[in-house]
Design a protein around this ligand. Sequence first.
Ligand SMILES: Cc1ncc(COP(=O)(O)O)c(C=O)c1O
Length: 360
Amino acid sequence: MANKSIYVTQPSLAPLKDVIPYLERIWETGIMTHNGPLMQQLEKELSDYLGVSDVVCLVNGTCALQLAIRALDLKGEIITTPFTFIATSNIIAWERCRPVFVDIDPDTWNIDPDKIEERITEKTSAILPVHVFSAPCNIRRIEQIAKKFDLKVIYDAAHAMCVNYNGKSIMSYGDVSCTSFHATKLFNTCEGGACITNDEELAERIRRMRFFGFNERKEIVADGMNAKMTEISAGLGLANLRHLDYVRKNRQKKYEIYRSILAGCTFINFQKYYPDEYNYSYMPVLFDSEKTLLQTIEKLNAENVFPKRYFYPALHDTPIFDDITLPMAESIAKTILCLPLYDSLNEEDITKICEVILQV
Ligand SMILES: Cc1ncc(COP(=O)(O)O)c(C=O)c1O
């Protein structure tokens, strides 16, 4: 089909001319990191954009999850989903807690709230759900369960920039939401991430932890690490933030083209979502069988198109976590495929990708 290769994603980048003024400021001030002015500006602009009290910018989304677990002093077992990127459960284990997997909902592919209570024990300290591909978890039910069992809630909102839930940013729910600003995300700072919370005291603790345990007066008041966002990342983030609404709309348009062409396809299904509560950063499709999925990948690869099996396998089904049988997560992980979706992907390429799929 194409001479050029088409990969599953490409970074959304502001025009270079919009990034350069931020780089010039770094060259002028000589400040490259350490709670610098660009990072402070990015935190302020993001908290206004999201309507939350605190955004703590960090070196990546994995670190955001790690510091959230630490700052909430979680121990024992953390209830989570097996249908996510490995970072979510790895960091739970890295922090010496046990990830306890719960099966997922067949429509939203997020943690199934009806199955959470049966996995809670006296060792459970928190629930860590993921808004997969930006579709919101059942936040209302999760909040009820957390309240009933006195559990903390950390949302992994790595996919969920620009998503609202009940009229406010999805990032404002839970004790804290953790997000990723990785190059592949809707909003990126190359590498980067953030903890987002309305709990100012918690935000302060995370700020100290990211900066070796220093407080604002540079006194050592806690233990900590180095998880600061650099000024170069923050400058890129400020430029990208100006283009974010365009990026989201552009992806929505492309997502809808895929949906309209693939609408009649008998062996494909889609994630359930509501238009205001979705950011269209991924184009996940669910096949009726793994066999059809593998045939499709082969046909697309032959045309230089490289979709991605994402997330595969389900994490409870891996040698590191080998936990229990969770049929829905296993079935969805085996039959899910993310098709190419990014700003510069053109309509003609989408049409051709769909034609290949329809001929499988
Ligand atoms: C669901 C989810 N959680 C966590 C992460 C980790 O984020 P980062 O790559 O910024 O460390 C990712 C990253 O891709 C992710 O998709």
